[in-house]
Design a protein around this ligand. Structure first.
Ligand SMILES: Cc1cc2nc3c(=O)[nH]c(=O)nc-3n(C[C@H](O)[C@H](O)[C@H](O)COP(=O)(O)O)c2cc1C
Length: 349
């Protein structure tokens, strides 16, 4: 499978490290740097075609200024949260910019993936690969039947940001999904692990579980290229013991007044005053009022006593400093190779 990935994405180095599509946080500089370091960087498509067009034009310029592309395919991906996104509005953008992969996630219903997959393949004449992020074994099997993705991303419950309210950590979810895909007649689809991986030991563990590569979100939030406030980044470095200091909840959506996430999704974030007040019985209306009042404080409104939304996965405690995206890719790959050398069973690195 590793050779399948290197044939399809000829610039990548193994182990494959992917930066997740994260709205606003995944900047053109982040996506371009990850791909140029031998990973695959993703932008988040958002809901506004004109904005995505601008992001892709910028990313293209960054990549073209350093290297020439083969086949006119931009060596990055774009991720869409399908529940809030209009396929027909977005389609002209991915017709104009042919990216290596389009990643689909969180539809209102799984069947919604099918028209997206068909349109992506049609407008790109098969040059753009379809990736789908799932959170359970049954979702993986179902999306294979519905949309035949080229890559499955298995997201465990440790993941930062949005995911299924109910899922397992990748330690069991990944191998069970691999086994189920094989038994159902899909032994060759590459499967990537996401959720709680922030450094080489996590990558080595994911490869041992059978993953063909990893996706990291939280680790790249603490990169120099990430488009997030300094206060958020400081929290990613300060916070330890992510199992107790982060929480899955829908509070962040309610505070930001984001409406429309399918019922079975919530999001993992660092707990702060908003969560504590909610647990103590504060009403949503009052929590939203206090949140809005603190917005003007900027970076000062992050932290235990702050109220700003601070998405992060349980791996946050392993992050010690912000680094460039290229350093993160290089160090993580190098560390994984060192572990592999100690144990020859990691044949792919
Ligand atoms: C701030 C943030 C924003 C995210 N936004 C998206 C998104 O727009 N689309 C998506 O498919 N996944 C999104 N995710 C989830 C990632 O795809 C991935 O599953 C997750 O980051 C992996 O877990 P980790 O953060 O522990 O590395 C987001 C994650 C974070 C932390």
């Amino acid at each position: 499978m590793a050779s399948l990935l290197t044939r399809t994405y000829p610039w990548i180095k193994l182990p494959l490290i992917v930066s997740a599509p994260m709205l606003n946080a995944a900047t053109p500089a982040l996506a371009a740097s990850v791909s140029q370091a031998g990973g695959i960087g993703f932008l988040a498509g958002g809901t506004k075609p004109a904005e995505l067009d601008k992001l892709l034009t910028k990313t293209s310029a960054l990549i073209f200024s350093k290297s020439r592309l083969r086949n006119g395919i931009l060596p990055i991906g774009v991720g869409f949260q399908n529940w809030g996104c209009d396929l027909h509005a977005m389609s002209p953008v991915f017709r104009k910019h042919c990216v290596a992969a389009i990643w689909l996630f969180a539809p209102k219903q799984l069947a919604d993936f099918r028209p997206w997959a068909e349109e992506i393949r049609s407008v790109s004449q098969g040059r753009t690969q379809v990736w789908i992020q799932v959170g359970t074994v049954s979702e993986a099997l179902e999306v294979m039947k519905l949309a035949r993705p080229n890559v499955i991303v298995v997201q465990g419950t440790d993941a930062g940001g949005h995911g299924l309210r109910q899922s397992a950590s990748i330690i069991s979810l990944l191998p069970e999904t691999k086994d189920a895909l094989e038994a159902a007649g899909y032994p060759h689809v590459p499967v990537l692990a996401a959720g709680g991986i922030v450094e080489s030991r996590g990558v080595a563990a994911a490869l041992t579980l059978g993953a063909d590569g990893v996706v990291m979100g939280t680790r790249f939030l603490a990169s120099k290229e990430a488009g997030i406030p300094k206060g958020w980044q400081n929290e990613l470095i300060r916070v330890k013991d992510g199992g107790t200091t982060t929480k899955r909840s829908t509070l962040c959506d309610r505070l930001k007044e984001t409406v429309g996430w399918p019922e079975h999704y919530d999001g993992r974030a660092i707990t702060n005053k908003g969560h504590l007040d909610e647990e103590a019985g504060l009403s949503d209306a009052e929590n939203v009022r206090l949140y809005k009042a603190e917005l003007k404080l900027g970076d000062e409104a992050f932290g235990n006593h702050g109220r700003m939304v601070t998405y992060a996965g349980t791996g946050v405690g392993l992050i010690k400093e912000a680094k460039s995206a290229a350093e993160i890719v290089d160090e993580t790959s190098f560390g994984t190779r060192l572990i592999a050398r100690k144990s020859p069973s990691y044949a792919q690195v």
